[in-house]
Write a protein that binds this ligand. Structure first.
Ligand SMILES: *Cc1c(COP(=O)(O)O)cnc(C)c1O
Length: 365
């Protein structure tokens, strides 16, 4: 459900927030150590555990956007000189590689062409040549629209003894993600994609193995703000102590957004994303558009569409936004001008949104 005067946000995020989430944000402030607020934090943790399908005790929301969740996972698990294997098949794998280097760790990478998933064989071969402390990969590559299968790669990583780190910024609450069953040791997401909360919070979860790696560090975490050995004393334990002032209103919103997810149920929510994707696919194909990603590896919540020569990328997106109040995403990097990224995230994974977009696009072209 989206307000009448709202722009329809069908890009790579943020997505539209439900009115209940926006209302929650306008509640009066409380202190960040107020017992009422600690209770809200406990509720958030419990719902995040359910949504991640994990029992991990260290599950909470970093007070910053998805990129800070990415950085949290990497800076806490890597010390200078450690080796890290990063799977790169788009913008966000590159961003992880950059952070690894900033940690002073040794970067190894496997690359797949943009628009393709990483092949488990590539990971297997790489693991024969190096012994990384962690292997990291993006589950839903928002820059290309690829859904990366994780289970086979997870087994290879486990066999090698490395920690398995997953970027679930776009996949979380939109497609199946089983943190415990799939052996994921550290995972991060963002509030503004399929959770449909305002941007600015990053749900993360660390397994016991990951917490052990953190406890065994010989050096301090490079970042004071993201150091989980400090942050966790605010989020858990008997003595809750000040670390930073939590973004209270954003946490109200996150709690409401997670409550909506729990009311709907994970499976129905995933099904709704797939159904919306199918509707969009039928509509776009009937207009002559093709998908960038081959079938079987397409994200339902981020549809990368190839642009035919005669389509004027910028002016159509501009008209969609100004005349029809619909935002869609442009192509990134090599895909600039060649691809559209149509988001069907969270609240927007609904037939009404797909219909509104398709009829607007038809009017323009
Ligand atoms: C959006 C996104 C990020 C970064 O999240 P921000 O909230 O923009 O910092 C990281 N990874 C993926 C896959 C994303 O889609």
């Amino acid at each position: 459900m989206i307000q009448n005067n709202a722009k329809l946000l069908m890009g790579p995020g943020p997505s539209n927030a439900h009115p209940r989430v926006l209302n929650a944000m306008s509640a009066p402030l409380v202190g960040h150590l107020d017992p009422d607020f600690l209770e809200i934090m406990a509720d958030i943790k419990e719902m995040l555990q359910k949504a991640f399908q994990t029992q991990n005790q260290l599950t909470f929301a970093v007070s910053a956007p998805g990129s800070a969740g990415m950085e949290t996972c990497l800076v806490n698990l890597l010390e200078p000189g450690d080796e890290a294997l990063i799977c790169v098949h788009g913008v966000f794998g590159n961003r992880m590689s950059d952070i690894v280097e900033r940690c002073g760790a040794r970067l190894k990478r496997v690359d797949a062409p943009w628009g393709e998933p990483i092949d488990p064989d590539q990971v297997k071969r790489a693991l024969e040549e190096c012994q990384p402390k962690l292997v990291a990969i993006v589950h839903a590559e928002t820059s290309t629209g690829v859904l990366q299968p994780l289970e086979e790669i997870s087994k290879l990583v486990k066999d090698s003894g490395a920690l398995f780190v997953v970027d679930a910024v776009t996949s979380f609450c939109g497609v199946t993600l089983k943190v415990d069953e799939w052996g994921i040791d550290a995972v991060y997401s963002g509030s503004q994609k399929c959770l449909s909360a305002p941007p600015g919070l990053s749900p993360v979860s660390f397994s016991e193995r990951a917490v052990e790696a953190l406890n065994q560090r010989k050096t301090k975490v490079q970042s004071w703000f993201l150091d989980l050995s400090l942050v966790r004393n605010y989020w858990q334990g008997a003595q809750r102590t000040y670390h930073h002032t939590a973004p209270i209103s954003s946490m109200f919103a996150l709690k409401e957004a997670l409550t909506l997810v729990m009311e709907e149920g994970l499976e129905p929510r995933f099904a709704r994303h797939w159904e919306s994707h199918e509707l969009l696919k039928e509509g776009m194909e009937s207009l002559g558009f093709e998908f960038l990603v081959r079938e079987g590896f397409r994200l339902p919540m981020l549809n990368a569409i190839k642009l035919p020569e005669m389509i004027d990328d910028k002016s159509i997106r501009q008209r969609l936004l100004v005349e029809h109040r619909i935002e869609i995403g442009a192509g990134l990097g090599d895909f600039a001008g060649k691809v559209w990224r149509i988001g069907l995230m969270g609240e927007n994974a609904r037939p009404q949104a797909v219909d509104q977009f398709l009829s607007s696009l038809k009017q323009i072209i």
